[in-house]
Write a protein that binds this ligand. Structure first.
Ligand code: MN
Length: 281
């Protein structure tokens, strides 16, 4: 099942080129134990029959404003340096001068501010246009149930679903979490694809085009720490809660974006999202 948030905090099920509005059903399933309405409603939404979905008001997908499928996560966890070819390009290009680029096991994970989170329709607002700012396409896992000190073999059971993410990155000397936490620098979308539709998160192909030119094109099999190991690693330090968001690192091909650019992130199983870049202000 593919579940989106759209327009004025409405919840939809995406089927081909249509969005079926299931806002009423989603909110009816809300429970106080799980903060995020979409995550709380997943069991109920999955039980909807074809007839019940077909009876919901439908809109063309290309006529809705797609927002982040998760509205207010407890935290946004992110993996640095998780593809070997990206580590090599960082060493070779010197685009992060002054930063150590160790392996992920030594670097650990970092957190991005929740206030940086947007959906594809909202666009990226560049706050420091005079400084290099890069696109990073990433596979993102959304936590569905509380995970604390989970083992690798079981950790994917705690994943509700997957999304595409853009971890937009201001280059420079500041700490990672500061440079990557600017408003609109965490794009999530185009919708949440439930985990049952992703047989193997390490068997996906991520592509990113900028203005129609292919910039990133890598299989998730190339991750240094696979999704399960990232969740194991994260939960060995802190509890992951339902609705927490886990960015799993960018592959090679990162490059600068400027106002007017149009990014297209794509994965066959997760969908396509178009994101415009503008100057903040
Ligand atoms: Mn990243």
């Amino acid at each position: 099942m593919k579940i989106c948030r759209f327009n004025d905090d409405r919840v939809g099920i995406v089927r081909d080129e249509s969005v079926f509005d299931v806002t009423a059903q989603a909110y009816a399933a809300h429970n106080d134990a799980v903060q995020d309405v979409v995550i709380a409603a997943l069991p109920r939404l999955k039980r909807l029959t074809e007839a019940e979905i077909a009876a919901c008001p439908a809109r063309p997908l290309d006529r809705v404003q797609l927002k982040s499928p998760i509205l207010a996560p407890g935290k946004i966890v992110a993996a640095p340096v998780n593809y070997q070819a990206h580590i090599q390009e960082m060493h070779a290009s010197n685009i992060s001068p002054g930063h150590n680029i160790p392996e992920i096991g030594k670097a650990g994970l970092f957190l991005k501010a929740n206030s940086s989170l947007i959906g594809p329709s909202q666009g990226i607002a560049l706050r420091f246009p005079e400084r290099r700012t890069d696109h990073e396409i990433e596979l993102v896992a959304i936590i569905g149930t509380t995970a604390n000190e989970v083992r690798h073999a079981e950790s994917l059971q705690f994943v509700a679903g997957y999304c595409l993410g853009l971890d937009i990155t201001l280059r420079g000397p500041e700490d990672r979490s500061f440079r990557k936490s600017i408003d609109s620098y965490s794009v999530l979308g185009p919708w949440l694809t439930t985990a049952d539709e992703v047989a193997d998160p390490q068997a996906l192909q991520l592509t990113l085009h900028n203005n129609g030119e292919l910039r990133q094109d890598t299989p998730t099999a190339d991750m240094v720490y696979d999704v399960a190991r990232i969740i194991e690693f994260a939960s060995s330090f802190y509890t992951l809660h339902p609705g927490d968001i886990v960015y799993t690192g960018t592959p090679q091909g990162v490059g600068p974006i400027v106002s007017g650019d149009r990014l297209r992130a794509h994965c066959k199983e997760l969908g396509t999202m178009d994101v415009e870049v503008r100057a903040a202000g």
